[in-house]
Design a protein around this ligand. Structure first.
Ligand code: ADP
Ligand code: MG
Length: 242
């Protein structure tokens, strides 16, 4: 039996009197690639930010790798969750190599030498071996996002979360980042990806989750979601984006 890496039950999140998540149930098993789609404002970012505790949920349960997350328990599970942001969030005053090595030194107690060896290996894997001494500002957006992916991998997380990783990129750079993500998906890493790239969802996802209005409205295999959508909200969303 594979135990879920992420288990969410009845998760509620409010911002003041506005409720962004209305009782979300979602579980993700080891090695699974889950792609979350849905209109802007449907709660996709809030959902994944609750998983890694950038937001604290107000109700329901979230268990990550067997550890309940929430009040006062933040640290334990957070280290097991890697995050790739839309806006890269690299440290501009640190080299690419340092950006990737920093987390393992701070959180995993590696020496700088060990962490830099790991960082070099991961930067080679995302095709950036020639850029390790540069600063983020000297790289293209696509290259910066590949650094972001290497940085997340350096923590050897149990699950990688991506929040619209290609939305801030010029169109010609989207492909190189999606290619890296697709390669990664083949290695057995567990991934939860929020994206508007429907081609990626179709090709790479094991399961596609459609959110609307703070709820999971429909989920299924890519062929089910794209070829036989049932809910009218999903149908009109797909009509608008495809
Ligand atoms: P998505 O990622 O699907 O576009 P979000 O999860 O960012 O949607 O947002 C869901 C809803 O919650 C939106 O209506 C948004 O305005 C609201 N929201 C998100 N973050 C905050 C916040 N920090 N304060 C108030 N409202 C928020
Ligand atoms: Mg979002």
């Amino acid at each position: 039996m594979t135990q879920p890496i992420i288990q969410m039950k009845g998760v509620v999140k409010s911002f003041g009197c506005f409720q962004a998540l209305h009782g979300v149930d979602l579980s993700v098993t080891e090695g699974e690639i889950v792609v979350i789609i849905g209109p802007s404002g449907s709660g996709k970012s809030t959902l994944i930010r609750c998983i890694n505790q950038l937001e604290e949920h107000n109700g329901g349960d979230i268990v990550v790798d067997g550890i309940a997350v929430g009040k006062g328990r933040r640290r334990a599970a957070q280290a097991e969750v890697g995050m790739v942001f839309q806006s890269f969030n690299l440290f501009p005053h640190m080299t690419v190599l340092r950006n990737v090595a920093l987390g393992p030194v701070r959180v995993r107690n590696l020496s700088w030498a060990e962490a830099e060896t790991r960082a070099k290996r991961l930067l080679a894997r995302v095709g950036l071996e020639d850029h390790i001494a540069k600063y983020p500002g000297q790289l293209s957006g696509g290259q910066q996002q590949r650094v972001g992916i290497a940085r997340a991998l350096a923590m050897e997380p149990k699950v990688l979360l991506f929040d619209e990783p290609t939305s801030a990129l010029d169109p010609e750079m989207v492909g190189e980042v999606l290619d890296v993500m697709q390669q990664l998906a083949k290695t057995g890493v567990t991934m939860v990806v929020v994206t508007h790239e429907m081609g990626f969802a179709r090709k790479v996802a094991d399961r596609v989750v459609f959110m609307d209005g703070g709820r999971i409205v429909e989920e299924g295999r890519p062929d089910e979601i794209f070829n036989a959508p049932r809910d009218p909200r999903l149908r009109s969303f797909l009509q608008a984006v495809l």
